[in-house]
Design a protein around this ligand. Structure first.
Ligand code: ZN
Length: 321
């Protein structure tokens, strides 16, 4: 029988740019991590499978026995079937990820959606700890939300719930890669903000952090920042009226700007809600690590291991040497 100190789970966060894997100990500490480019291989599915195998071998070399693996991806993810129906950035279409990884590793496999997994992490140990109804919006390349209702992230009828990045916020506005105009993520995702800033004459190559730093002195930065916070406040008002969340948690590059970002977003939200108070809007506790911690929690649940309140906060500590 494996002793708890030797037991681990494997957690894999598949993104459009990189695939991040971690060996997570029973105490929630990350014992080892591994990152490869998503396009390291011509076939991104193969890249994911080889990273999973490598991670298992690394865990065994450390003397840790994996109990299960959790793999999360963007796109349309059918968590029950363990199939990624569609992920544009990864060129995934109907990939039976659970069956493939299970055949390769001989371990229980949980397959999940990255934003919903991030919501799981924030609920267990993060900024939404102990809450049954909340929203998490990571503001990254795009914007997909975890809509947590009665303690569980809602997948929707076609696994497409939470695609709030394509909510129209400025009807007839600027075109979005999805084919619509005026979508939230054109204005308020980290990627959208950088593209608008460059297009309107800002310093080429600036990212959301550079733009935040320039808000006080650069009128173009000020203008795109104001558009972003207003767009997000408007979208959050719609979501608040629909779902009545106890809290809204924001993550990603823009949330790193602190009060410069949160104050105008809270003002815009309050201003759009005439008859009810807004829910508190807080910063994500796990930030860019949320999806990976969520994948580890899903793996533990898949293996039948307990996930006590607060489990996973140790992942925020520096890796154990
Ligand atoms: Zn769109």
């Amino acid at each position: 029988m494996t002793q708890p100190e030797d037991r681990c789970v494997l957690a894999v966060d598949v993104g459009g740019t990189t695939i991040k894997g971690a060996v997570v100990g029973d105490d929630g500490h990350i014992r080892h991590s591994l990152t490869v480019p998503s396009r390291a291989d011509d076939d991104p599915v193969k890249a994911v499978r080889s990273l999973c195998l490598q991670l298992r071998d690394d865990a065994l070399a450390l003397g840790a026995t994996p109990a299960a693996i959790g793999v999360v991806t963007p796109g349309l993810v059918d968590e029950v079937a363990g199939v990624v129906r569609y992920a544009a950035n990864l060129r995934f279409r109907d990939v039976p990820l659970r069956a493939l990884v299970s055949d390769d590793l001989g371990l229980p496999v949980a397959v999940g959606h990255d934003a919903r997994a991030a919501g799981v992490a924030e609920a267990v140990a993060g900024a939404a700890s102990g809450l049954d109804n909340f929203l998490l919006l990571p503001l990254g390349t795009g914007i997909a939300a975890a809509v947590v209702v009665h303690g569980a992230p809602v997948p929707g009828a076609t696994c497409a719930a939470g695609e709030v990045g394509h909510m129209p916020v400025y009807p007839g506005g600027e075109p979005c890669s999805c084919g619509q105009r005026g979508c939230l993520e054109v204005y308020a995702s980290a990627g959208g903000l950088a593209r608008r800033y460059a297009r309107l004459g800002g310093t080429p190559g600036a990212d959301s952090r550079d733009i935040a730093d320039a808000v006080a002195t650069d009128p173009v930065a000020r203008a795109v920042w104001d558009d972003a916070t207003r767009a997000l406040g408007t979208a959050l008002a719609t979501l608040t009226l629909t779902l009545d969340p106890a809290r809204i948690v924001l993550g990603g590059g823009l949330a790193d700007a602190g009060a410069l970002f949160f104050d105008p977003v809270r003002d815009a939200l309050r201003g759009a809600l005439a008859w009810r108070p807004p829910p508190p809007v807080l910063r994500s506790a796990f930030g860019a690590q949320a999806a990976q911690v969520g994948a580890a929690i899903m793996a533990r649940r898949e293996a039948g291991l307990p996930v006590p309140e607060g489990w996973g906060t140790a992942a925020l500590a520096p890796p154990v040497a």
